[in-house]
Design a protein around this ligand. Sequence first.
Ligand code: MN
Length: 492
Amino acid sequence: MPMPEKLTSAVKDYSPHSDLKVIKEAFVFANAAHEGQTRASGEPYINHCVETAVTLAKLKLPQDMIVAGLMHDVPEDTEVTLEEIEEKFGANVADMVRGITKLGKIKYRGMERYVENLRKMFVSMASDIRVILIKFADRLHNLSTLDALKPEKRKRVALESLEIYAPIANRLGMGDIQGKLEDLSFRYVYPKEYEWLKSLVKDRYRAKERYLQNIAEKLKAEIEAHEIPILDIHGRTKRLYSLYKKLLKYDKNLDKIYDLVALRIIVPSVADCYATLGIIHQLWKPMKGRIKDYIAQPKPNGYQSLHTTVYCDDHEMVEIQIRTRQMHDEAEYGIAAHWNYVEEGKESNEIVRAQVNWVKDLVEWQKKHAMRGKDFMEHVEEMKLDVFHARIFVFTPDGDVIDLPEDSTPVDFAYAIHSEIGDRCAAARINNAQAALDAKLYSGDMCEIVTDKNRKSPNPDWLKFVKTHHAKDRIRLATKKKRNGWLPNVFK
Ligand code: MN
């Protein structure tokens, strides 16, 4: 099977710095690994890997990420190992695939627990945003093929996308990905509400879109008469789930939603944005309190644009959004777009260097943009980021995640599961290999504890290496008891 044309053209069109030869090699490698495997829908498994890679190419992400996207299910679902991937495609690609594989280890054992486990895992991955971006691309394709799954699993995948993936996309400023995740999930999580809303807006959307087309023509001529080049002008319909959330705030009254369909204008510079706003207000009267300058005062997640709602021809109310190309790309693709603007205008050898550092860049950017708003503070509260920074997440053989401080050992892990398991802990296995009780655990490790039923108390020497308070307390307590037990009877 040759590499599908859609991936070739996505790489050529959207990710021009990528080396098609390497991506072809990756395709051949992944295709051979998944040979004979099919998706629940019956199609060849490799289609899923290609779709994931296409999404990453369209986000103009670096070549290594497209390769990792093709490879993301290989270690988990085939005989090929991470070591082989590393040998063939380098440590960078292998690191990303390793991250994705760790996320996949979480098993489903009740929704509440699962969401909690997943959330912890995501926070621990936040240092490598590349893994999260690949996971988004993977999830988008999974959501678009949900019909092939059993209803229960369908709902679970959709709910998790709505509750975890979409808010993270929002935090990273990726409006387009967030919207897609939400709309693909909406119908499975709230089927009744989805049908209700869809039928409610169907005719309105259609009528409004037709109306906007005429308005756009007229406005375009007017703006160009003032010698402002229009890069793009298009109507955008509000995404269904975002509309649903807004409706809940406005007594489910559609007449109170002014931006059901909005007109979006992209112009070259900030000065052009303000000039365009002036032209619009000369043409149509603006509605009071609806002129918003998010260029001078960006939204907490970094969003920039000018918004106005005007009484258009026939007194129809229309929201118009004006922005530059960069503002537009950042609003839609967030962190991914930022990478592209960093890259632009650099010498090719510098691009390579920038690629090495890009995660650092993105993390910094994310901090700068996301820290400003209340929205992010809510997330910090919710996820307790400060605590998580110095913490690791270790799997039990059942797929539960145990949350421990950095440098924890199998003994800490044993005590975190249950005090008695800690007391009777005799040996440990990390990732299916024999390990010392004082071995250092890392995020994503799977740890297994072997207990000795005959053992009544812990070894006091463990105090030399355990990290958790809980383990220390238990060991001290048991040691004290034991010492008392050694005392001659007369002293008792
Ligand atoms: Mn996948």
